[in-house]
Design a protein around this ligand. Sequence first.
Ligand SMILES: NC(=O)C1=CN([C@@H]2O[C@H](COP(=O)(O)OP(=O)(O)OC[C@H]3O[C@@H](n4cnc5c(N)ncnc54)[C@H](OP(=O)(O)O)[C@@H]3O)[C@@H](O)[C@H]2O)C=CC1
Ligand SMILES: O=C1O[C@H](COP(=O)(O)O)[C@@H](O)[C@H](O)[C@H]1O
Length: 528
Amino acid sequence: MARARSLSGTIPSMETTHDELKDNTIIIVLGASGDLAKKKVRDPCELSNLCSIPIDDAPQTLPALFGLFRQGFLPRDVKIVGYARTKMDREEFHKRATSYIKNPDNNPEISTSIQQFKDLSTYIAGSYEDGAAFDELNKHLEEIESKYQSKERNRIFYLALPPSVFVPVAKNLKEHCYIPKGGVNRIIVEKPFGKDLDSARELLSSLKQYWTEDETFRIDHYLGKEMVKNLLVLRFANVALGAAWDKNYISNVQITFKEPFGTEGRGGYFDEFGIIRDVLQNHLLQVLSILTMERPVSFSAEDIRDEKAIKIVKVLRCIPPIERSDTLLGQYVAANGKPGYLDDDTVPPQSVCPTYAATTLWIHNPRWEGVPFILKAGKALNEAKVEVRIQFKDVTQGIFKDIARNELVIRIQPSEAVYLKLNAKTPGLYTRAIPTEMDLTYKRRFTESKIPEAYEALILDALKGDHSNFVRHDELDVAWKIFTPILHWIEGLNGQRPRPVAYPYGSRGPKELEAFITKYGYKRSGEA
Ligand SMILES: NC(=O)C1=CN([C@@H]2O[C@H](COP(=O)(O)OP(=O)(O)OC[C@H]3O[C@@H](n4cnc5c(N)ncnc54)[C@H](OP(=O)(O)O)[C@@H]3O)[C@@H](O)[C@H]2O)C=CC1
Ligand SMILES: O=C1O[C@H](COP(=O)(O)O)[C@@H](O)[C@H](O)[C@H]1O
């Protein structure tokens, strides 16, 4: 098993505090009724720092705030204000804001935390379009701030809202709830950032009228995941890996997202977007860009985000729009007692929306020319898994025959791990190589450490004013350029819509997948 030394190096950027908000801060969650800020929590361990999470829908922002609060990471006197259209009193809001926390043994420490969290949370109901409602919200914020000891006041607005109201809300917040001086205003927004290049540009420029780039924190929650953050360290803190990180040694790369459940209950939303917009264009592309970007000059500067973003944009610019011939689309059908995508009442009856996609991207630069990057994502598959699989080239032939390729696997979730598949001599009095693994499975190696939940990590970064794990506007532009033509083709904007191939609920995906990845040079162990 790989052993990590306890004497560790530090990466300065991770300690840089920027404009850290410590006192007099209010976090305003817009869309706090939870109806629109829901996350499917399938794995109770996923929200690692909560006491226990039921396996069903739970709002994502409030659990993350509670997690941070419990661990003492929120500013000392923080207040949380929920805002949404639903009329409810404070008690009902508290119920919604904490109902996901289970405390079956009445642990007094947890009960106290829940009560304290309730005490610092209030709720205001109001529309998203109406300026007068935002005046009411502002009055409520000023009332809280009137009790501060000093003049400083800071407001963080978290938009847990559908994109249709992003712009009016951003405008109303700027016009009615913005602190002109004596404090910091920040806005956190989340995907979808448009549906294609033109709509994304329109959305970004509308938001920019009201909020500066410095005040804006665009979340892609994959950037808050521990193993995604780990990619930079693995690449740039290990000479051995860095030396083999190019077309000379790497044959192909797969970035895989698998979910074992379908769109149940979310079919209406999903059908408008499809799996490419839902997962590939953002989460998997972010992973790809961190895997392939050149080394930033420094991690320690105040402008770490710009340093990183410039390198990311640079590598993304080398990727041409995806070709139809490099794409495999699928849609799940009923199997194993589970309904098919079209059996969901909220899905249009003849929908050809893909719930599975595999696409191969090519990077035309000296480091990556000719290496296929296969992004695969699907719903209703056989397991939950997100991983990066880097397959190295064959060893020089001669002394070995039928020898497996090396593979570096970075398991993002669940059960975070990094393992290197390599060949070793079988113990014994003869020389035969067998494939084996050098295994860094986190829960075995880092028994004392908790893996932070992505939203907790990102909200904390936003409080610190650290943009390095958020998406910059120009990254979005270049990402949409890569995906827009294929999305328009899928939507039939240039002719007939392509029909996805069927795959059974609970399977590994379309049966065509095997041939697809083989076409790009992937060799399964033992197939050398
Ligand atoms: N934390 C961990 O998970 C660790 C695992 N290991 C061990 O390392 C060994 C190798 O791991 P790994 O390479 O990930 O495992 P596998 O050999 O199971 O998977 C390798 C690849 O093969 C695909 N695959 C799996 N089954 C089939 C199938 N029936 N038909 C076609 N393709 C298939 C997978 O695709 P797809 O992604 O689509 O399923 C994956 O891309 C395993 O024994 C594992 O237990 C070692 C250390 C840590
Ligand atoms: O953004 C999204 O991500 C989730 C998967 O997130 P994860 O943290 O559970 O990996 C996905 O289920 C959802 O469809 C998508 O919109």
